[in-house]
Design a protein around this ligand. Structure first.
Ligand SMILES: [Fe+2]
Length: 485
């Protein structure tokens, strides 16, 4: 017969204990605390034929976007497929989604989860997985609308409602609806103060709007809710550091890097992505990062040829280019080229369209071939969403292009790019400093002085009222959606 889960969605298990563990694991995955896989391991020890448990365990591993997880996913989906006869329709949809992703078709995976959601909009497992995969695909409108569609089946009394609002908040932000994104994010945090995903959504709004002071205060006031026992803390420290970076408070950036971003127990990719991303930004600004590149490249090197998700490859290349690891960079480029020619599917297309040009551009930047950087990045700047990540994360591509244009003496281009940037984020001191350098290059001294003056007045006006405490941190165990956001 099978029981229904806590939201009334049918399952094929007759064990309430299995469903309770599934719910616990799902909640841990969404709030990014503890070890949902370990919880599912226990459920599957007690009920080896627990189809939904096998599915969620495989899905959690897939969402890390790490190649090393693939064998476990394959084992779980094979076991689940062997149980197809006892699985219900919903569960067969999950199995199909996992199989599609394993075969390299992430879009098809989202279609399979969506087919489940059409009948069961309260299937929070399907919604969470599809939401995260939309993010990996850079499908911001789809990400927003998928949550809207599912919400037709939810109300404030549905267990997990607040978490769906948190997903909606981030989706709205990524779709450019900052006001509603902030509104929903704040509502979600009111419902669940430890909803780090919703805290993160509001942090994104503040980043996109150049609200550095608001951002620092927002993160600081909630630090006890996100900085301890949470696998997402590294990324939230990264966001906090981003505000300080714009304010030229590099000592604070390094302090956060050392205590909040860098140290990790087990080489989690999220840490390596955020670390690379922050060091590259510092590099663009001409800030000496000393031997941090070398240390980071050491962590990336063992997986130099593990290309599996183009967005991760970009960050690996930052580390190799920053550290001058030519051999590792060459291995990565060769692996990406082989992936494109030998494999089909979503990641092959992402790698071909944007992954390889961006990796080559990063390498060219490190070799001071700034014209090559411009020529590689300019044609793909409006396509880079196809390899996922957030606007805030992908902004490193725009910054690299601008810096390369300035260093190549292509000041007209830099000026045009900065006109875009100041229009979108007029309270960013960093952007006005870039504008000042560009106008210097164009020989416009009054314009440069004006831009510099705007930067200085913004810097003088920003005074975060609460100091955060970087010491509040511990080591996460597992991060679903490991490379995001
Ligand atoms: Fe983020």
């Amino acid at each position: 017969m099978g029981l229904k889960d806590i939201r009334g969605v049918p399952t094929s298990t007759d064990s309430q204990a299995s469903l309770d563990r599934l719910e616990e694991a799902l909640k841990l995955a969404i709030i990014m605390r503890g070890d949902p896989v370990a919880v599912l391991d226990k459920a599957l020890e007690a009920e080896p034929g627990f189809v939904l448990g096998l599915c969620l365990r495989a899905e959690m591993q897939l969402l890390t976007t790490e190649r090393a997880r693939v064998p476990q996913v394959a084992r779980d989906v094979e076991m689940a497929e062997a149980l197809t006869g006892t699985a219900n329709e919903r569960e067969r949809g999950h199995i199909a989604a996992i199989r599609a992703w394993l075969e390299g078709d992430m879009e098809k995976a989202t279609e399979c989860w969506e087919a489940v959601l059409l009948d069961y909009p309260r299937d929070l497992v399907a919604l969470f997985c599809a939401h995260m995969t939309d993010f990996f695909l850079g499908e911001a409108p789809q990400m927003r609308d998928r949550i809207s569609r599912a919400l037709r089946g939810w109300d404030a009394d549905t267990p997990g409602y607040g978490y769906v609002l948190g997903m909606y908040a981030f989706s709205l932000e990524e779709a450019g609806d900052f006001a509603r994104g902030e509104d929903y994010g704040r509502k979600a945090v009111e419902l669940n103060p430890k909803d780090v995903y919703a805290i993160h959504a509001v942090a994104h709004v503040m980043e996109m709007q150049g609200r550095q002071e608001d951002g620092i205060n927002w993160m600081t006031e909630r630090q006890a809710d996100w900085a301890v026992g949470c696998g997402f803390a590294i990324h939230l420290w990264w966001h906090t550091a981003m505000y300080y970076l714009d304010l030229e408070q590099y000592d604070r950036v390094f302090e956060i890097y050392e205590n909040g971003i860098r140290h990790s127990a087990d080489g989690i990719s999220l840490e390596e992505l955020d670390a690379a991303s922050m060091l590259w930004r510092l590099n663009l600004l001409g800030v000496d990062v000393s031997d941090r590149w070398s240390e980071l490249a050491d962590r990336w090197e063992p997986s130099a040829e593990d290309t599996y998700y183009a967005f991760n490859d970009m960050h690996a290349m930052m580390a190799f280019a920053g550290a001058g690891r030519d051999m590792a960079a060459a291995k990565l480029l060769a692996a990406t080229a082989s992936y494109v020619t030998e494999r089909g599917g979503t990641n092959a297309q992402m790698t071909k369209d944007v992954g390889i040009p961006i990796c080559r551009a990063l390498l060219a930047f490190s070799r001071e071939d700034y014209d090559a950087v411009v020529d590689l990045l300019q044609p793909i700047r409006y396509k880079s969403n196809v390899f996922g990540g957030s606007y805030a994360q992908r902004d490193v591509i725009a910054l690299t292009l601008i810096e390369a244009a300035i260093r190549a003496g292509r000041f007209s281009l830099a000026h045009a790019l900065l006109a875009e940037r100041t229009a979108l984020k007029e309270t960013s001191p960093m952007t006005w400093k870039l504008m000042a350098r560009t106008l210097d290059g164009l020989g416009d001294r009054p314009g440069a002085d004006n831009a510099r003056g705007r930067a200085e007045s913004l810097l003088a006006g920003v005074r975060p009222t609460v100091r955060d405490n970087t010491g509040l941190r511990d080591n996460p165990v597992f991060i679903p959606g490991g490379c995001l956001l």
